[in-house]
Design a protein around this ligand. Structure first.
Ligand code: AMP
Length: 215
């Protein structure tokens, strides 16, 4: 199965993608995580992407495209989180011979909620687990019990605003692209993690069933 998650920064795509990957036994590819890891390890990709990620701008497709294509070729069954983010990337993905998406889930969260979630977001320095200061998280990670919780560098208010503007301008057209292809469902991304995941699962089931009907 091949899935894509789309939504604004702070919609909870990473958390949902992790659960979806475990539930359907899929490889998870988060381009944001992949880029942060490349930057931390000082790889050639990291060196080229660093200035964009730091500023909250999109990494150009000529830097990112080939790496994503390679990862997906190896994966076959996957959930993609954070890619595609532009029409150019969506068309690139459609052109890969081993990619035939089964479902695109659009996670809808209002702008005010996204901004307040990101302002309080804390990420574990060891396991990458995501929590929120608004839920009382602080200090040491509740998931692995060892990592320190820290804000993400690109979650500063100015950078968040820029990332949101880029999302509206560049990524919302991707929603229309997949809606036109009848492989997209929107789900309400507000509420508890369990509630959101149940909605995502229902959307995936419905899209896979309608895809089967059309084959
Ligand atoms: P994320 O963790 O998905 O919020 O991504 C963090 C940052 O990585 C973004 O602000 C971009 O700088 C970069 N990035 C992640 N995915 C993409 C993508 N599909 N295209 C361009 N840049 C990306």
């Amino acid at each position: 199965m091949q899935l894509v998650l789309i939504g604004p920064p702070g919609a909870g795509k990473g958390t949902i993608a992790e659960k979806v990957a475990a539930r359907y036994k899929l490889a998870r590819l988060s381009t944001g995580d992949m880029l942060r890891e490349a930057i931390a390890r000082g790889t050639a990709l990291g060196a080229r992407a660093n200035e964009y990620v730091e500023a909250g701008r999109l990494v150009p497709q000529e830097i990112l495209g080939a790496v994503v294509a390679e990862r997906l070729r190896e994966a076959k069954d996957f959930v993609l989180d954070g890619y595609p983010r532009t029409l150019e990337q969506a068309e690139f993905l459609s052109g890969l011979p081993y990619v035939e998406l089964d479902a695109v889930v659009y996670v809808v969260v209002p702008e005010e909620e996204v901004v307040s979630r990101l302002a309080g977001r804390l990420v574990c320095s060891v396991c990458g687990g995501v929590t929120n200061a608004d839920d009382g998280a602080a200090g040491i990670c509740e998931f692995c019990g060892s990592g320190r919780l820290e804000p993400r560098a690109d979650d500063q208010p100015d950078t968040v605003r820029k990332r949101y503007e880029i999302y509206v301008a560049e990524t919302e057209p991707v929603v229309e692209y997949y809606r036109a292809a009848s492989i997209l469902r929107a789900v309400d991304g507000t509420g508890s993690r369990e509630e959101v995941f149940a909605r995502v699962e229902a959307a995936v089931k419905a899209l896979v069933a309608s895809g089967d009907d059309n084959r």
